[in-house]
Design a binder for this molecule. Structure first.
Ligand code: HEM
Length: 225
């Protein structure tokens, strides 16, 4: 039977996140005039991350962090092929996949925060760079360009490799549920609430994240533009 696993807000969040991270990478590599888009995608990421953080607490069942944060013992058992969850609860991120989800969310958040304080000492500076000392800004810049960037490449690569692994070796299509929201599973599996009221609430949270991003952007004169 089909059960809703990913509510519409989580699905839209996911594909918007993937799009913004891609735009940020491409525009960051191009530099020059493309940096304006780098800033904009960064501000969109702030709104998206604020939404996901709040949704991880008050969102629908499988979006909540407590439903997919597992301890090392559960992860070790899962790796041995012994999933501690009863079949009707094997929905949402699996114990191992949840590690990569949390790492991705954390690393993208660190990348956005470090970008706000970074500056390249020529044209570009994040809107909060002038609020910290030159040395602190240099540390954020070092993280943003030398540590965070390759970390994101590695985690996105791992994420895509894991999805490919599930498709090829486990014959499990994880991408379809992230598009349609539904998964084929056993009876009794708890569905995610995905009503229009839930979606409206998600939109309001995203809008609040957008206001925060706009306010942050107004704090500095960005990039000499
Ligand atoms: C820059 C690119 C990407 C980033 C940063 C990213 C990040 C994420 C994050 C944070 C989640 C957790 C969703 C949540 O609970 O909120 C997730 C899940 C997922 N992503 Fe991505 N993603 C990217 C690209 C892709 C692409 C290109 C695909 C498809 C080929 C994909 C397929 C999936 C799937 C299927 C899941 C659900 C995994 C599961 O069933 O546990 N992602 N991704």
């Amino acid at each position: 039977m089909k059960v809703r696993v990913w509510d519409l807000p989580v699905r839209l969040f996911h594909w918007a996140l993937a799009a913004c991270v891609t735009v940020s990478i491409v525009t960051g590599l191009i530099g020059g005039n493309a940096m304006q888009y780098h800033y904009w995608s960064g501000y969109c990421l702030i709104a998206l991350l604020v939404f996901r953080l709040v949704w991880g607490v008050i969102g629908s069942r499988h979006a909540r962090f407590w439903t997919f944060i597992h301890g090392p013992r559960a992860i070790a058992r899962y790796l041995r092929g012994d999933d501690p969850r009863p079949p009707h609860l094997r929905l949402g991120h699996n114990p191992l996949g949840s590690l990569s989800v949390i790492a991705l969310l954390a690393v993208v958040t660190l990348q956005v925060v470090s970008g706000l304080f970074a500056n390249d000492e020529i044209f570009n500076e994040g809107p909060l760079a002038s609020y910290v000392s030159g040395r602190t800004s240099a540390i954020f810049t070092f993280y943003h360009t030398t540590i965070g960037q390759p970390l994101i490449y590695a985690l996105v690569g791992l994420h895509l490799a894991a999805i490919g692994y599930y498709a090829v070796f486990k014959r499990e299509n994880l991408v379809r549920p992230m598009l349609t929201g539904d998964i084929d599973t056993v009876a009794g599996a708890p569905a995610a609430r995905d009503t229009w009221a839930v979606r409206l609430l998600a939109l309001l949270i995203l809008a609040a994240g957008g206001v925060l991003a706009w306010w942050i952007s107004s704090l500095g004169s960005v990039g000499g533009y």
